[in-house]
Design a protein around this ligand. Structure first.
Ligand code: FE2
Length: 419
Protein backbone atom coordinates (compact mmCIF):
# COMPACT_ATOMS: atom_id res chain seq x y z
CA UNK A 1 0.00 0.00 0.00
CA UNK A 2 1.45 3.39 -0.91
CA UNK A 3 2.13 5.80 1.92
CA UNK A 4 -0.39 8.33 0.63
CA UNK A 5 -3.11 5.71 0.22
CA UNK A 6 -2.46 4.31 3.70
CA UNK A 7 -2.54 7.77 5.19
CA UNK A 8 -5.90 8.63 3.57
CA UNK A 9 -7.41 5.33 4.61
CA UNK A 10 -6.21 5.99 8.15
CA UNK A 11 -7.96 9.38 8.13
CA UNK A 12 -11.18 7.85 6.78
CA UNK A 13 -11.07 5.07 9.35
CA UNK A 14 -10.53 7.66 12.10
CA UNK A 15 -13.70 9.51 11.09
CA UNK A 16 -15.68 6.26 10.77
CA UNK A 17 -14.51 5.00 14.15
CA UNK A 18 -15.80 8.18 15.75
CA UNK A 19 -19.12 7.88 13.91
CA UNK A 20 -19.47 4.36 15.28
CA UNK A 21 -18.66 5.60 18.77
CA UNK A 22 -21.33 8.32 18.45
CA UNK A 23 -24.08 5.99 17.20
CA UNK A 24 -23.14 3.34 19.77
CA UNK A 25 -24.49 5.67 22.47
CA UNK A 26 -28.03 5.35 21.03
CA UNK A 27 -30.41 2.64 22.14
CA UNK A 28 -31.84 0.65 19.16
CA UNK A 29 -35.23 2.29 19.66
CA UNK A 30 -33.70 5.76 19.62
CA UNK A 31 -32.93 5.60 15.88
CA UNK A 32 -36.59 6.25 15.13
CA UNK A 33 -36.70 9.36 17.34
CA UNK A 34 -36.93 12.76 15.76
CA UNK A 35 -35.77 14.99 18.63
CA UNK A 36 -35.85 18.15 16.48
CA UNK A 37 -38.82 18.47 14.12
CA UNK A 38 -36.72 20.64 11.77
CA UNK A 39 -34.39 17.71 11.17
CA UNK A 40 -34.82 14.08 10.07
CA UNK A 41 -35.09 11.14 12.52
CA UNK A 42 -31.75 9.95 13.92
CA UNK A 43 -31.69 6.93 11.60
CA UNK A 44 -31.26 9.31 8.67
CA UNK A 45 -27.80 10.28 9.92
CA UNK A 46 -26.67 6.65 10.20
CA UNK A 47 -27.38 6.34 6.47
CA UNK A 48 -26.46 9.87 5.48
CA UNK A 49 -22.77 9.61 6.37
CA UNK A 50 -22.07 6.59 4.11
CA UNK A 51 -24.44 7.79 1.36
CA UNK A 52 -22.62 11.11 1.27
CA UNK A 53 -19.25 9.33 1.05
CA UNK A 54 -20.46 7.10 -1.77
CA UNK A 55 -22.18 9.90 -3.68
CA UNK A 56 -19.19 12.22 -3.45
CA UNK A 57 -16.30 9.82 -3.95
CA UNK A 58 -17.48 6.84 -5.98
CA UNK A 59 -20.45 8.20 -7.90
CA UNK A 60 -19.31 11.82 -8.02
CA UNK A 61 -15.56 11.96 -8.45
CA UNK A 62 -15.16 8.58 -10.14
CA UNK A 63 -18.41 8.51 -12.19
CA UNK A 64 -19.41 5.02 -11.13
CA UNK A 65 -23.05 3.83 -11.00
CA UNK A 66 -25.23 3.95 -7.87
CA UNK A 67 -24.53 1.43 -5.14
CA UNK A 68 -28.18 1.24 -4.09
CA UNK A 69 -30.11 3.89 -5.99
CA UNK A 70 -32.90 4.08 -3.42
CA UNK A 71 -30.61 4.42 -0.39
CA UNK A 72 -28.09 6.67 -2.16
CA UNK A 73 -30.96 9.08 -2.81
CA UNK A 74 -32.90 8.66 0.43
CA UNK A 75 -29.85 9.54 2.50
CA UNK A 76 -28.33 12.10 0.15
CA UNK A 77 -29.03 15.33 2.02
CA UNK A 78 -30.39 16.60 5.31
CA UNK A 79 -33.09 19.21 5.70
CA UNK A 80 -33.20 22.75 7.12
CA UNK A 81 -36.79 23.97 6.66
CA UNK A 82 -38.02 27.29 8.00
CA UNK A 83 -40.77 25.65 10.03
CA UNK A 84 -41.62 22.18 11.27
CA UNK A 85 -44.69 22.07 9.02
CA UNK A 86 -42.38 22.34 5.99
CA UNK A 87 -40.22 19.43 7.16
CA UNK A 88 -40.20 16.33 5.00
CA UNK A 89 -41.64 13.37 6.87
CA UNK A 90 -41.32 9.82 5.63
CA UNK A 91 -43.80 7.19 6.74
CA UNK A 92 -41.19 4.45 6.87
CA UNK A 93 -37.44 4.15 6.89
CA UNK A 94 -35.22 1.10 6.28
CA UNK A 95 -34.26 -0.95 9.33
CA UNK A 96 -31.13 -0.16 11.33
CA UNK A 97 -29.61 -3.47 10.15
CA UNK A 98 -30.20 -2.61 6.48
CA UNK A 99 -28.58 0.77 6.93
CA UNK A 100 -25.56 -0.71 8.71
CA UNK A 101 -25.13 -3.24 5.90
CA UNK A 102 -25.25 -0.36 3.37
CA UNK A 103 -22.72 1.60 5.44
CA UNK A 104 -20.31 -1.33 5.49
CA UNK A 105 -20.56 -1.86 1.72
CA UNK A 106 -19.82 1.83 1.19
CA UNK A 107 -16.80 1.74 3.47
CA UNK A 108 -15.37 -1.27 1.66
CA UNK A 109 -15.79 0.38 -1.74
CA UNK A 110 -14.37 3.69 -0.57
CA UNK A 111 -11.27 1.95 0.81
CA UNK A 112 -10.81 0.26 -2.56
CA UNK A 113 -11.23 3.49 -4.54
CA UNK A 114 -8.75 5.69 -2.66
CA UNK A 115 -5.97 4.88 -5.15
CA UNK A 116 -8.22 5.76 -8.10
CA UNK A 117 -9.02 9.12 -6.52
CA UNK A 118 -5.38 9.93 -5.87
CA UNK A 119 -4.47 8.98 -9.46
CA UNK A 120 -6.84 11.62 -10.96
CA UNK A 121 -4.49 14.52 -10.44
CA UNK A 122 -5.98 16.57 -13.29
CA UNK A 123 -9.36 16.66 -11.55
CA UNK A 124 -9.69 19.47 -8.99
CA UNK A 125 -11.92 17.23 -6.90
CA UNK A 126 -9.30 14.48 -6.67
CA UNK A 127 -6.07 16.49 -6.70
CA UNK A 128 -4.64 16.64 -3.16
CA UNK A 129 -7.33 14.13 -2.17
CA UNK A 130 -9.84 16.99 -1.88
CA UNK A 131 -12.96 14.85 -2.18
CA UNK A 132 -11.60 12.62 0.59
CA UNK A 133 -11.08 15.66 2.81
CA UNK A 134 -14.58 16.81 1.92
CA UNK A 135 -16.05 13.50 3.08
CA UNK A 136 -13.93 13.33 6.23
CA UNK A 137 -14.75 16.91 7.29
CA UNK A 138 -18.43 16.38 6.50
CA UNK A 139 -18.47 13.34 8.78
CA UNK A 140 -16.67 15.22 11.56
CA UNK A 141 -19.11 18.15 11.31
CA UNK A 142 -21.97 15.72 11.80
CA UNK A 143 -20.34 14.34 14.94
CA UNK A 144 -20.92 17.76 16.49
CA UNK A 145 -24.40 18.31 15.09
CA UNK A 146 -25.46 14.86 16.30
CA UNK A 147 -24.50 15.94 19.82
CA UNK A 148 -27.03 18.76 19.87
CA UNK A 149 -29.68 16.41 18.44
CA UNK A 150 -28.89 13.92 21.21
CA UNK A 151 -29.15 16.67 23.83
CA UNK A 152 -32.80 17.11 22.77
CA UNK A 153 -33.61 13.40 23.15
CA UNK A 154 -35.77 12.15 26.02
CA UNK A 155 -34.10 10.48 29.00
CA UNK A 156 -33.02 6.91 28.28
CA UNK A 157 -32.56 7.31 24.53
CA UNK A 158 -28.85 8.03 24.73
CA UNK A 159 -26.43 6.06 26.90
CA UNK A 160 -25.07 8.81 29.01
CA UNK A 161 -22.92 6.73 31.35
CA UNK A 162 -19.65 7.90 29.84
CA UNK A 163 -20.32 11.53 30.72
CA UNK A 164 -17.32 12.89 32.57
CA UNK A 165 -17.89 14.97 35.64
CA UNK A 166 -17.33 18.64 34.95
CA UNK A 167 -13.79 19.98 35.25
CA UNK A 168 -15.01 23.27 36.58
CA UNK A 169 -18.29 24.40 38.04
CA UNK A 170 -19.22 27.90 38.99
CA UNK A 171 -20.90 31.05 37.92
CA UNK A 172 -18.13 32.20 35.59
CA UNK A 173 -17.30 35.85 35.26
CA UNK A 174 -19.55 38.65 34.00
CA UNK A 175 -18.46 40.15 30.69
CA UNK A 176 -16.93 43.63 30.49
CA UNK A 177 -16.77 45.64 27.29
CA UNK A 178 -13.29 46.35 25.97
CA UNK A 179 -12.14 48.89 23.41
CA UNK A 180 -11.37 47.42 19.99
CA UNK A 181 -9.06 49.69 17.99
CA UNK A 182 -9.89 50.08 14.30
CA UNK A 183 -7.91 48.26 11.64
CA UNK A 184 -7.97 46.15 8.51
CA UNK A 185 -8.70 42.43 8.72
CA UNK A 186 -8.23 39.75 6.08
CA UNK A 187 -11.11 37.30 5.70
CA UNK A 188 -11.03 34.07 3.71
CA UNK A 189 -8.19 32.34 1.89
CA UNK A 190 -6.86 31.91 -1.64
CA UNK A 191 -7.60 28.53 -3.21
CA UNK A 192 -3.89 27.70 -3.53
CA UNK A 193 -3.22 28.51 0.14
CA UNK A 194 -4.99 25.43 1.50
CA UNK A 195 -4.89 21.75 0.56
CA UNK A 196 -8.61 21.70 1.28
CA UNK A 197 -11.23 24.30 2.09
CA UNK A 198 -15.00 24.49 1.56
CA UNK A 199 -16.21 26.71 -1.27
CA UNK A 200 -17.31 29.54 1.06
CA UNK A 201 -13.79 29.92 2.50
CA UNK A 202 -12.27 31.17 -0.74
CA UNK A 203 -12.02 34.68 -2.09
CA UNK A 204 -9.63 36.41 0.35
CA UNK A 205 -10.70 39.97 1.07
CA UNK A 206 -9.58 42.81 3.32
CA UNK A 207 -12.23 44.60 5.34
CA UNK A 208 -11.78 47.65 7.52
CA UNK A 209 -13.19 47.52 10.99
CA UNK A 210 -14.14 50.77 12.76
CA UNK A 211 -13.53 51.31 16.46
CA UNK A 212 -16.12 49.54 18.58
CA UNK A 213 -16.53 47.96 22.00
CA UNK A 214 -16.98 44.27 22.57
CA UNK A 215 -17.73 42.18 25.63
CA UNK A 216 -14.64 40.20 26.57
CA UNK A 217 -16.80 37.11 27.28
CA UNK A 218 -20.05 35.60 26.01
CA UNK A 219 -23.33 35.86 27.88
CA UNK A 220 -24.07 33.10 30.39
CA UNK A 221 -27.12 31.07 31.31
CA UNK A 222 -27.32 33.21 34.47
CA UNK A 223 -27.32 36.41 32.39
CA UNK A 224 -30.18 35.02 30.32
CA UNK A 225 -32.10 34.08 33.46
CA UNK A 226 -31.68 37.65 34.74
CA UNK A 227 -32.82 39.00 31.36
CA UNK A 228 -35.96 36.84 31.45
CA UNK A 229 -36.65 38.04 34.96
CA UNK A 230 -37.48 41.55 33.78
CA UNK A 231 -40.33 40.19 31.65
CA UNK A 232 -43.73 39.02 32.81
CA UNK A 233 -44.26 35.31 33.44
CA UNK A 234 -46.28 35.02 30.21
CA UNK A 235 -43.43 36.40 28.11
CA UNK A 236 -40.79 34.39 29.91
CA UNK A 237 -41.79 31.02 28.47
CA UNK A 238 -41.29 32.28 24.90
CA UNK A 239 -37.87 33.69 25.82
CA UNK A 240 -36.53 30.46 27.31
CA UNK A 241 -33.71 28.93 25.27
CA UNK A 242 -34.39 25.57 23.60
CA UNK A 243 -31.33 24.37 25.51
CA UNK A 244 -33.32 24.67 28.75
CA UNK A 245 -35.99 22.37 30.08
CA UNK A 246 -38.45 23.09 32.89
CA UNK A 247 -38.82 20.53 35.71
CA UNK A 248 -40.93 21.20 38.75
CA UNK A 249 -40.81 24.92 38.23
CA UNK A 250 -37.00 24.94 37.90
CA UNK A 251 -34.96 25.49 34.76
CA UNK A 252 -32.43 22.81 33.90
CA UNK A 253 -29.90 23.04 31.06
CA UNK A 254 -29.76 20.27 28.49
CA UNK A 255 -26.46 18.54 27.81
CA UNK A 256 -25.50 15.45 25.86
CA UNK A 257 -25.26 13.77 29.26
CA UNK A 258 -28.77 14.80 30.26
CA UNK A 259 -30.18 17.93 31.90
CA UNK A 260 -28.16 19.54 34.70
CA UNK A 261 -29.25 21.95 37.42
CA UNK A 262 -28.97 25.66 36.67
CA UNK A 263 -26.54 25.99 39.58
CA UNK A 264 -24.09 23.82 37.69
CA UNK A 265 -24.68 25.46 34.29
CA UNK A 266 -25.14 29.09 35.35
CA UNK A 267 -21.68 30.09 34.15
CA UNK A 268 -21.82 28.39 30.74
CA UNK A 269 -22.37 30.37 27.56
CA UNK A 270 -26.13 30.45 26.96
CA UNK A 271 -27.20 28.52 23.86
CA UNK A 272 -29.78 30.47 21.83
CA UNK A 273 -30.88 31.35 18.30
CA UNK A 274 -29.50 34.34 16.41
CA UNK A 275 -32.85 36.09 16.71
CA UNK A 276 -32.84 35.61 20.48
CA UNK A 277 -29.25 36.87 20.68
CA UNK A 278 -30.15 40.00 18.69
CA UNK A 279 -33.06 40.78 21.00
CA UNK A 280 -30.86 40.43 24.09
CA UNK A 281 -28.19 42.72 22.60
CA UNK A 282 -30.81 45.36 21.75
CA UNK A 283 -32.15 45.22 25.31
CA UNK A 284 -28.60 45.95 26.52
CA UNK A 285 -28.22 48.92 24.14
CA UNK A 286 -25.83 46.97 21.96
CA UNK A 287 -25.81 44.69 18.94
CA UNK A 288 -24.17 41.55 17.60
CA UNK A 289 -20.73 42.08 16.08
CA UNK A 290 -20.15 41.42 12.40
CA UNK A 291 -18.06 38.48 11.20
CA UNK A 292 -15.23 40.91 10.30
CA UNK A 293 -15.39 42.54 13.74
CA UNK A 294 -15.08 39.20 15.55
CA UNK A 295 -12.19 38.16 13.28
CA UNK A 296 -10.45 41.42 14.07
CA UNK A 297 -11.17 41.21 17.81
CA UNK A 298 -9.86 37.62 17.88
CA UNK A 299 -6.43 38.37 16.42
CA UNK A 300 -3.50 37.28 18.54
CA UNK A 301 -1.51 40.47 17.92
CA UNK A 302 -2.54 43.78 16.45
CA UNK A 303 0.12 43.48 13.71
CA UNK A 304 -0.72 39.90 12.64
CA UNK A 305 -3.69 38.20 11.01
CA UNK A 306 -3.16 35.05 13.09
CA UNK A 307 -5.99 34.38 15.52
CA UNK A 308 -5.60 34.01 19.29
CA UNK A 309 -5.30 30.48 20.62
CA UNK A 310 -8.46 28.38 20.70
CA UNK A 311 -9.59 27.23 24.13
CA UNK A 312 -12.29 24.96 25.55
CA UNK A 313 -12.73 23.25 22.21
CA UNK A 314 -12.10 19.63 21.32
CA UNK A 315 -14.16 16.58 20.44
CA UNK A 316 -13.43 14.96 23.79
CA UNK A 317 -15.33 17.67 25.72
CA UNK A 318 -18.87 16.87 26.77
CA UNK A 319 -20.07 20.28 27.93
CA UNK A 320 -19.05 23.92 28.08
CA UNK A 321 -17.02 25.48 30.88
CA UNK A 322 -17.99 28.54 32.89
CA UNK A 323 -17.02 31.61 30.88
CA UNK A 324 -13.73 33.13 31.95
CA UNK A 325 -12.09 29.72 32.40
CA UNK A 326 -9.51 30.35 29.69
CA UNK A 327 -7.75 33.68 30.22
CA UNK A 328 -4.91 32.29 28.07
CA UNK A 329 -7.22 32.64 25.06
CA UNK A 330 -7.18 36.46 25.33
CA UNK A 331 -6.66 38.21 22.02
CA UNK A 332 -4.57 41.34 21.41
CA UNK A 333 -7.56 43.34 22.66
CA UNK A 334 -8.16 41.24 25.78
CA UNK A 335 -11.18 39.41 24.34
CA UNK A 336 -11.44 35.81 25.61
CA UNK A 337 -12.96 32.57 24.32
CA UNK A 338 -13.75 33.79 20.82
CA UNK A 339 -12.63 30.42 19.48
CA UNK A 340 -14.14 27.74 21.69
CA UNK A 341 -16.79 27.12 24.37
CA UNK A 342 -19.60 27.85 21.86
CA UNK A 343 -20.02 29.21 18.35
CA UNK A 344 -20.94 32.89 18.49
CA UNK A 345 -23.66 34.54 16.45
CA UNK A 346 -22.65 37.42 14.22
CA UNK A 347 -24.90 39.96 12.49
CA UNK A 348 -23.38 38.95 9.14
CA UNK A 349 -25.70 37.25 6.74
CA UNK A 350 -24.08 34.14 5.24
CA UNK A 351 -23.12 35.24 1.73
CA UNK A 352 -20.39 34.48 -0.78
CA UNK A 353 -16.97 36.08 -0.61
CA UNK A 354 -15.87 37.96 -3.74
CA UNK A 355 -15.12 35.55 -6.59
CA UNK A 356 -17.08 32.72 -4.94
CA UNK A 357 -17.05 29.52 -6.92
CA UNK A 358 -18.70 26.22 -5.96
CA UNK A 359 -15.51 24.35 -6.85
CA UNK A 360 -16.81 20.91 -5.80
CA UNK A 361 -18.99 19.89 -8.75
CA UNK A 362 -20.38 17.03 -6.69
CA UNK A 363 -21.69 19.39 -3.99
CA UNK A 364 -22.64 22.68 -5.65
CA UNK A 365 -25.25 23.52 -3.02
CA UNK A 366 -23.04 23.14 0.08
CA UNK A 367 -23.06 26.90 0.62
CA UNK A 368 -25.13 28.38 -2.20
CA UNK A 369 -28.36 26.76 -0.97
CA UNK A 370 -28.00 28.89 2.17
CA UNK A 371 -27.30 32.26 0.54
CA UNK A 372 -30.93 33.18 1.14
CA UNK A 373 -30.88 35.99 3.68
CA UNK A 374 -32.11 33.70 6.44
CA UNK A 375 -28.77 32.27 7.60
CA UNK A 376 -26.10 34.11 9.59
CA UNK A 377 -22.43 33.36 10.12
CA UNK A 378 -21.41 31.96 13.50
CA UNK A 379 -17.81 32.42 14.57
CA UNK A 380 -15.28 30.39 16.53
CA UNK A 381 -16.12 26.87 17.66
CA UNK A 382 -18.00 24.95 20.33
CA UNK A 383 -16.78 22.50 22.98
CA UNK A 384 -17.28 19.40 20.76
CA UNK A 385 -16.01 21.01 17.54
CA UNK A 386 -13.27 18.98 15.88
CA UNK A 387 -10.00 20.87 15.81
CA UNK A 388 -9.72 20.42 12.04
CA UNK A 389 -12.28 23.26 11.78
CA UNK A 390 -10.16 25.77 13.65
CA UNK A 391 -8.41 26.98 10.51
CA UNK A 392 -8.66 30.73 10.06
CA UNK A 393 -10.82 30.70 6.92
CA UNK A 394 -13.40 28.15 8.10
CA UNK A 395 -16.98 29.45 8.20
CA UNK A 396 -20.03 28.03 9.89
CA UNK A 397 -23.62 29.26 9.72
CA UNK A 398 -27.13 28.49 10.91
CA UNK A 399 -30.63 29.67 10.17
CA UNK A 400 -31.10 32.83 12.27
CA UNK A 401 -34.17 31.37 13.97
CA UNK A 402 -32.55 27.99 14.73
CA UNK A 403 -32.22 27.59 18.51
CA UNK A 404 -30.71 24.09 18.89
CA UNK A 405 -27.06 24.34 17.86
CA UNK A 406 -24.17 25.07 20.22
CA UNK A 407 -24.44 28.76 19.47
CA UNK A 408 -23.91 31.53 21.99
CA UNK A 409 -23.16 35.24 21.60
CA UNK A 410 -21.54 38.29 23.12
CA UNK A 411 -22.62 41.94 22.96
CA UNK A 412 -20.94 44.64 20.85
CA UNK A 413 -21.41 48.39 21.26
CA UNK A 414 -20.86 51.41 19.02
CA UNK A 415 -20.36 53.68 22.00
CA UNK A 416 -18.29 53.10 25.12
CA UNK A 417 -20.44 50.96 27.36
CA UNK A 418 -21.52 52.50 30.59
CA UNK A 419 -22.27 49.23 32.36
FE1 FE2 B 1 -24.60 16.29 5.83
Amino acid sequence: MSGARASWIGRLEGAWARSDEVFATLSPAAFSLRPIALRHPLLFYLGHLPAFAYNQIVRGALDEPPLDAALDTLFERGIDPESASDAVSLASWPSVAEVIAYRDRVRELVRERVSSVLAKRDDVLCDKGRVLSLVIEHERMHHETLQYLFAQCPEGAVARASAPSPDVVGAGRAARAVDIAPGPVVLGARFDELDFGWDNEFGAETRSVERFWLDDLPQRNQDWLDYMGVYSMGAQASLAPASWVSRGGQWLVRTVSGPVAMDEAAGWPVQVSGAQARAFCAARGGRLATEAELHHAARARSDSDALADPALVDWARARPDPVGSAPESASAFGVEELIGNGWEWTSTEFAPRPGFEAWARTYPGYSSDFFDGQHDVVFGGAWPTDRVFLRRSFRNWYRRSYPYAFTSFRVAYDERATR
